[in-house]
Design a protein around this ligand. Structure first.
Ligand code: COI
Length: 394
């Protein structure tokens, strides 16, 4: 994908939406584009708990807040909030913006959620030209909604889907920005058109056991990424390879309880001795007061939760090392845990490597629990956000 197209899309700090939202179409108008988009600027406030104000680009309109624009959106959607998993639930709206060849992303629109039309020859379908992001919104006890570090995702969005943000304590709204080559290509070439799209889905725990430990299998033959490849970028293609490794592990391992969750831990493809990452998340190894995680060097995704946990751990007095972590270090670790937007902090109960299983106990470890607790309280607005990571929508 051309860098300029990606950067234009991911670095602009504005987005567009309808100025006539009090007459929003109902869901039965599926795929209807809302009328007359205009641009809004996100402004960070220099407050302790930072928040963005939506500023209309049109001087006639002045400032707009979400609540005065979408008056009926503060009620909750009618779903079973107690049974949220990490499956997809379709919500009300999605945001779509396109960029023609040689042009700029513009005229973004909020549309009713629905299928999108693509040429069979679209770059994303044929050559995997696609990037994605993932971030979460939590509902605070006062009803306001917190986004966690959206600028890290270079994200532009509008919370027309706020009724899908789960009630406090029941989960979060997972926000998925997608950038894809939507223009038709046949030869291997950048697509002549790109589409930027954001959809959302309310979610609960990624692993259905919640913060119960997951069991990892160290994969020593298949590799997630190679130096010089795209492992450090959130491309859609990086995740497809996981299906074969996850399936192999499930078929071959007989050491675990039948219902245990199996997730693959990848090693570096050159020495086959250093930890890389887990199929959907980063990994941390705890020994005494020291926490080690593989250094970002092109093959590992620079997770926003990874980065946040490093800062939180340091603020809690832990020594954090970003370096090469030997697979053998798992053998005498006190605790192992994974991090990611979807999984948040997930403790590891056991690691199986070349048929040998190391167990870290049945519950969440003390350090993992401490870090999980600080991070999630911060994300949910239960403690003061000294880091200024959250963005409050009003
Ligand atoms: C995330 O953690 O947000 C991801 O994008 C990982 C994905 C496999 C759910």
């Amino acid at each position: 994908m051309e860098n300029t197209a990606v950067l234009t899309c991911l670095q602009q700090n504005y987005f567009c939406f309808s100025g006539h939202s009090s007459s929003l179409p109902s869901r039965s108008f599926s795929n209807t584009t809302l009328s007359q988009p205009f641009s809004l600027k996100l402004q960070k406030q220099p407050a302790l708990v930072s928040h963005y104000v939506l500023r209309a680009a049109s001087p006639a309109r002045g400032y707009a807040t979400l609540s005065d624009t979408y008056s009926g959106t503060s009620e909750l959607a009618d779903i079973e909030w107690d049974n949220l998993g990490f499956g997809f639930l379709s919500t009300d709206y999605m945001y779509v913006m396109k960029c023609p060849q040689g042009g700029k992303f513009s005229n973004g629109e909020l549309q009713c959620f629905g299928n999108i039309e693509l040429s069979p020859s679209a770059g994303v379908l044929n050559y995997g030209q696609g990037l994605f992001e993932g971030l979460k919104a939590y509902r605070k006890e006062d009803g306001n909604i917190l986004l966690f570090r959206p600028e890290e995702n270079a994200m532009r969005m509008r919370m027309a889907n706020r009724r899908w943000v789960p009630p406090t304590g029941k989960g979060s709204l997972y926000i998925r920005p997608l950038l894809m080559g939507s223009g038709a290509v046949l030869g291997l070439a950048p697509a002549p058109e790109y589409t930027f799209l954001i959809y959302v889905s309310p979610v609960g725990n990624y692993f259905k056991e919640g913060v119960a430990p997951i069991n990892l299998i160290v994969e020593h033959e298949l590799h997630r990424a190679t130096p010089g490849g795209t492992g450090g970028v959130k491309t859609i293609g990086n995740y497809a390879a996981n299906y074969s490794a996850d399936a192999c592990s499930e078929g071959t391992i007989g050491l675990l309880r039948p219902k245990a969750i199996l997730t693959v831990l990848y090693l570096d493809c050159i020495h086959k001795r250093y930890l890389e990452e887990v199929s959907s998340c980063n990994i941390f190894v705890v020994k005494d007061k020291m926490i080690a995680t593989p250094a970002i060097k092109g093959t590992i995704l620079p997770g926003i939760t990874r980065k946040s946990i490093i800062d939180v751990a340091q603020s809690q007095g832990f020594q954090v090392e970003e370096r090469q972590v030997l697979v053998d270090e798992l053998l005498d670790a006190d605790e192992v845990f994974c991090t990611g937007t979807a999984v948040v902090v997930s403790p590891v109960g056991s690691v199986t490597y070349l048929g040998k299983r190391v167990s870290y106990g049945d519950g969440i470890g003390v350090v993992s629990q401490q870090l999980y607790s600080v991070l999630t309280k911060l994300q949910m607005g239960l403690i003061e956000d000294k880091m200024e990571w959250t963005v409050e929508l009003r």
